[in-house]
Design a protein around this ligand. Structure first.
Ligand code: OSB
Ligand code: MG
Length: 381
């Protein structure tokens, strides 16, 4: 979908939003997830739900309890949604209206994205088409990778990786940090020399680690994700210049402007797109398009989303420049039971097939969701 087609879609008339709810629910992870920020054993997630003309639409906020991946937290996102973002819905007649009304709120992309995602789900439902088809995508089969957290030892890491490979995942991403990098990769490559493998540093290194980063070339990784500071674009260009392995930026790509800067500076050869980090689907599609114009492939990142955020990610990943498997794993990689019906399942070849129902294509299991809710508020009625 071109930027012009996108501009036309955001102008389309939305049904009047009658009710907007915010709810916070708690979902336990099957296994703890450890990164360079620390370890978590459950998620707390804000959902934004809309009612309009008999339709219900959903957006998920990817903020976390603590400001570690990003400065946003559930506490800040709830306040921004309640005081600034949801009130805009009272006069929102199109996604374009919404983007204009919220465009002067600086920062807080995860809060804005939660609401904007719900509007895209609503628009697709009002048009009675699946979201990915609203965007003109034809590809309904989404190739999936999996992000494996730090494990207690190499045996446990290899065990996990073998398990995910046998389920069909099409690439493995491991988390690395100083002191836990080369040894992990050596252990994996000794046993699994050819698997599609990549490493995510979550900004844990500095330019002083350049020799170490360069030494990762020997592991023929698909890419190294965000080695340097979460706000850096410039220094990554020095690293990319001397590394054979492509750098993929995650944290630093906060907007299409940041993406354009990274592309022009040759700071990365691949971009990870997360709707929450960039403020929603509209900005995600602009980044997708800018990258495509420069032959920079993208893939869809993940933030341990529940089924609602996952369904949004899968729809986005149908766009043509999403050429690498993303962190769009099946629901059962994270949860014993998800909040959506049907569950998000992956086939043994590592593909998730998009649903043909309107909008995000998955229904919310309200009985189960209600049993998980910690806090709820109707912001607009
Ligand atoms: O950097 O990609 C990341 C999870 C939380 C915060 C940041 C990241 C991640 C992941 C997991 O790597 C991706 C997923 O499976 O959703
Ligand atoms: Mg990352």
């Amino acid at each position: 979908m071109t930027n012009e087609a996108l501009n036309n879609l955001v102008e389309k008339k939305l049904p009047r939003i009658e009710v907007a709810n915010l709810l916070l629910f708690r979902l336990p992870l099957k296994d703890p997830f450890e990164t360079s920020f620390g370890s978590i054993d459950h998620r707390e997630i804000i959902l934004c739900t809309l009612e309009a003309s008999g339709l219900r639409a959903y957006g998920e906020c990817v903020a976390d309890v603590d400001p570690l991946y990003s400065y946003e937290t559930n506490f800040t996102a709830w306040e921004i949604l309640k005081r600034y973002v949801i009130p805009a819905f009272a006069s929102t007649r199109s996604i374009h209206d919404f983007l204009r009304q919220t465009g002067n709120i600086r920062g807080h992309p995860m809060a804005k994205a939660a609401a904007e995602l719900a509007l895209w789900d609503l628009l697709a439902k009002a048009q009675n088409v699946p979201l990915y088809r609203l965007w003109g995508s034809e590809r309904a089969q989404i190739p999936c990778g999996v992000s494996v957290g730090l494990q207690k030892d190499n045996a446990a890491l290899l065990n996990r990786i073998r398990g995910y490979l046998s389920e069909g995942y099409r690439r493995i991403k491991i988390k690395i940090k100083p002191g836990r990098d080369r040894h992990l990769l050596q252990a994996i490559r000794a046993e699994l020399p050819d698997i599609p493998l990549m490493a995510d540093a979550n900004a844990a290194y500095t330019l002083q680690d350049l020799p170490l980063l360069q030494s990762l070339d020997e592991f023929h990784l698909m890419m190294v994700e965000q080695p340097l500071h979460y706000e850096d674009i410039y220094e990554h260009s020095h690293v990319q210049k001397v590394m054979k392995t492509p750098i993929c930026l995650d944290e630093s790509i906060v907007s299409s402007k940041a993406a354009q800067a990274a592309i022009d500076l040759k700071s990365c050869r691949i971009i990870n797109i997360k709707t929450g980090r960039v403020g929603g689907h509209t900005e995600s599609i602009r980044i997708h398009n800018a990258a495509m114009n420069h032959q920079i492939p993208v893939w869809c990142g993940g933030m341990l989303e529940s089924g609602v955020g996952r369904a949004h990610n899968l729809a986005l990943a149908s766009l043509p420049n999403f050429t690498y498997p993303g962190d769009t794993s099946a629901g059962n990689r994270y949860w014993d039971r998800d909040i959506v019906d049907p569950p998000v399942i992956m086939d043994s070849n590592g593909f998730i097939t998009l649903q043909e129902k309107p909008g995000i294509g998955y229904d919310v299991d309200h009985d189960f969701l209600n049993s998980l809710v910690v806090h709820r508020e109707t912001v607009l009625k």
